[in-house]
Design a protein around this ligand. Sequence first.
Ligand SMILES: Cc1ncc(C[n+]2csc(CCOP(=O)(O)OP(=O)(O)O)c2C)c(N)n1
Ligand SMILES: [Mg+2]
Length: 564
Amino acid sequence: MASVGHNLKRVGAEVLAEMLAGYDVTHVFMVPAVLRRTFAEMERRTQIARVHCHGEKSAAYMADGYARASGKPGVCMAQVIGALNLAAGLRDAYLAHSPIIAMTGGRDPKTKFRKVYQEIDDVPAFEPVTKMNVTIDDVSRIPDMLRQAFRTATTGAPGPVHLQFRGNEGQLDLEEAEMDALVEAQFARVPAFRPEPEATHVKAALELLQKAERPIIVAGGGARASGAGKELVALAEALQIPVATSLNGKDVIPGAHALCVGVVGSYSRECANLAVNRADLVCFIGTETGGMTTHFWAAPKIGTPAIQIDIEPESLGRNYPLQASVLGDARSVLVRMLGQIDKTSAAKRAPWIKEIAALRGEWHAKYKSQLESDAVPIHPARICNELTRHMPDDAIVVVDTGHAGMWMGGMYDLRTPVQSYMRSAGHLGWAFPAGLGAKAACPERPVVVFTGDAGFWYHIGEVETAVRWNLASVTIVNNNGGGNQSKRGFDRAYGGQQTEQARELWTYNKTNFARLAEDMGALGIRVEKPGDIAPALAAAVAANRPAVIDIATDIEALAPTAVV
Ligand SMILES: Cc1ncc(C[n+]2csc(CCOP(=O)(O)OP(=O)(O)O)c2C)c(N)n1
Ligand SMILES: [Mg+2]
């Protein structure tokens, strides 16, 4: 704990700047004007980079990417008029359990309800997207409220918090009070605590796993946040249990691992859904068992024997009646299990593992022609395959939603346990700014974003931010000239076959994003032939400056939908 002494009158901005540095915050993402004096104090007292963005939503997404890449809360800020833009950007973080501290300017009691320029009551809008949503009205409360914000963001299932500072620009930071810049370093990253499970619960769950002949693990974002990948793979190997993941938990086991069946649910790999639906016991680890992960509770079907491990008691059994539930940190629970496993129970699962290998093989055979397609315009599955083979060993892969999520979730494999994967929890346009935040948090690791063109358009102005701050992520744009995930839906809306004019609902003008990126000072590479994907990736990673790889793809190629 860092303390600056007692009975000392200090300016709020000084304390806030020092505390953020004390919590190991390296970047804040914002649109001015908010907490201006705090920015001045950051410059005087800290090394914190103040990344000035082109919109509050993308600032929040950058903070989110920073948080998911590093486990450290991401900090973003907006003045009162930008507050709801910022709140909109917290929605993905809330859904994904990403720790964020959002700071906004707010109302002054002296003038509220008097039609102050740009002012409404923003606080209610933060309520559905935060774990904690508070106003700081007296400067002396900055230290304890900031500590509470870090504590809330990093404990249990992590998530965003909102601090509103008095004054439309948070001018509260100019005031003085007796206070200490006291920091609780434990809450500077996730997981702040690793709650140990009850021994009897661990034993009951393990006995069921060992008894099962066809068990499967479904691991989610909670396993990822706990850093439980190594222990999870060790347990799976020791007991010969196949592993499926949620989209949010994709990087807890490399896709290349023989026991990995892939992502289960809606944006999934067919063999994962099939495997989960053939299991006689499903072990959920750190997943909310929500609609996306279970394809609306069809994989597995409700009633399938299940056990669950989670850090949040209210998650246990929410959607699947359980034979055993274990409350605790995922890694801690797995360590306990590993300490008492009976490896001899694995032998009886040889037929199940053979069946799993066959399911994996069938999937590869079915999609081989797409994965290896030489078609021009390029088939997106071929991009995924090239990325599987050529992604740097320690890359952080950041993926947008829609078809981007489907292509990469289902068809891209992580090769190594140190490659990371982060995905939009549903918001189109999240990935590009999130990738910039990830690069800010982990400058030594390659960051490779996969997005569609509609996704990239959202925050394209942030290419300029990336250049200005040399946030050297590589952004791959699957450029098919439209939002072609919408194609199926409009086919249906038009009764089977849409009109030519209907395409105005989901297509754009043809654009060369590589050229646009070059104009903004980034490296732009246009790819039109499949053989050029790998060299473009290598060149973009080596360039060490923000890069956009624009890949011309087939607008008629539709990602496979979930099979159960
Ligand atoms: C904020 C938000 N608005 C709308 C959507 C609905 N949506 C999902 S995918 C999609 C189009 C995606 O287009 P693009 O990024 O070009 O990818 P493609 O489907 O063409 O591969 C839309 C509009 C969404 N997911 N998020
Ligand atoms: Mg598109």
